[in-house]
Design a protein around this ligand. Structure first.
Ligand code: AHR
Length: 302
């Protein structure tokens, strides 16, 4: 057992809280489905809530799970700070919390102390992997527009830094404009439009997720430009529509952010209940898609 954290006994079945942050894109829907499928497979009761993008609602969702006496709470949060009081309230109620996908500000709460562990991808590594693809395949395309994720969220911060550090170290690239489009397709289209109007010579779009990349592609096509050719498009997530866009030549590369949390989440729960040592970060394994494998991989995507 991890000292100071609420214990979890070994039982045949558990009542498990899953507090989802929002359900506004295929990635979120795949993450929720993976949790529901795994709970059903194991015969565990899943108490599911959707905060619909509101941190205030998610704080009250967690309170309601505490009141319902769940054994553990899996918390998929949005921004790095607002859920810290909810994490503390669960600990005070002797309920272990596992953070999903996005970490909290480590200055405010720590794995192994305030919550059990963080399960998720390495966001900075996704940025570095896409930068490495670009450095190898740019063929003179060096002027980059960046569509950032939700302001204040870990994936937006870390995907930005991982990519920027790598292209800076390589030299010869310029991020000519960078703006949040909130991980949304419609905002991705609008922001791509305004940034490309201001920087018509930009020839690379780096989008922090598929939804924004697909929005940017819609704008490029409306404007008579060829995504994937005139303008290289790099994305993160790996949903079916986006991987198919690689097959169709409209996206050049995608660093996967694996949304299938169910198996690893419930295995972590069982390991903890069995007294196993839990690492502070249980890393998801992410694939990488480009024209070399997209056609073979698309059927297995979500
Ligand atoms: O935190 C992961 C991100 O959240 C995914 O990349 C995005 O699509 C989702 O909304």
């Amino acid at each position: 057992m991890t000292a100071g954290l609420p214990p979890l006994g070994q039982k045949d079945t558990y009542k498990v809280g899953f507090a989802q942050a929002e359900s506004n894109n295929p990635w979120r829907i795949a993450q929720t489905k993976s949790m529901q499928d795994e709970a059903a497979k194991l015969g565990y009761q899943l108490v599911y809530t959707d905060a619909q993008g509101s941190a205030a609602k998610q704080v009250s969702d967690v309170s309601s799970m505490i009141a319902q006496g769940v054994d553990v709470i899996f918390l998929s949060l949005r921004e790095e700070k607002p859920l810290v009081p909810a994490i503390r309230a669960a600990k005070d109620a002797d309920i272990p919390v596992v953070l999903f996908d996005r970490p909290v500000d480590p200055g405010l709460a720590k794995a192994g102390v305030d919550y059990l562990t963080f399960i998720g991808s390495d966001f900075a590594e996704a940025g570095r992997r896409l930068a490495a693809w670009l450095i190898k395949n740019a063929k003179g395309k060096t002027k980059i527009i960046e569509l950032e994720g939700t302001t204040g969220s870990a994936p937006a911060n870390d995907r930005k830094k991982g990519f920027a550090d790598a292209v800076k170290a390589a030299g010869g690239f310029q991020i000519v404009a960078s703006q949040s489009a909130d991980f949304s397709r419609d905002k991705g289209r609008q922001v791509a439009k305004s940034l490309l109007q201001a920087h018509p010579d930009a020839n690379v779009i780096y989008a922090h997720n598929d939804e924004m990349a697909l929005g940017a592609i819609a704008h490029l096509e409306d404007a008579g430009r060829k995504p994937g050719k005139d303008v290289l498009v790099l994305s993160i997530d790996g949903g079916k529509e986006a991987v198919q866009a690689i097959v169709d030549g409209k996206i050049n590369a995608i660093a996967e952010c694996n949304p299938r949390f169910g198996p690893i989440a419930f295995q972590t729960l069982k390991n903890y209940a069995a007294g196993g040592k839990i690492q502070p970060w249980v890393k998801n394994i992410d694939k990488f898609y480009d024209s070399s494998n997209a056609a073979a991989e698309v059927a297995g995507t979500y």
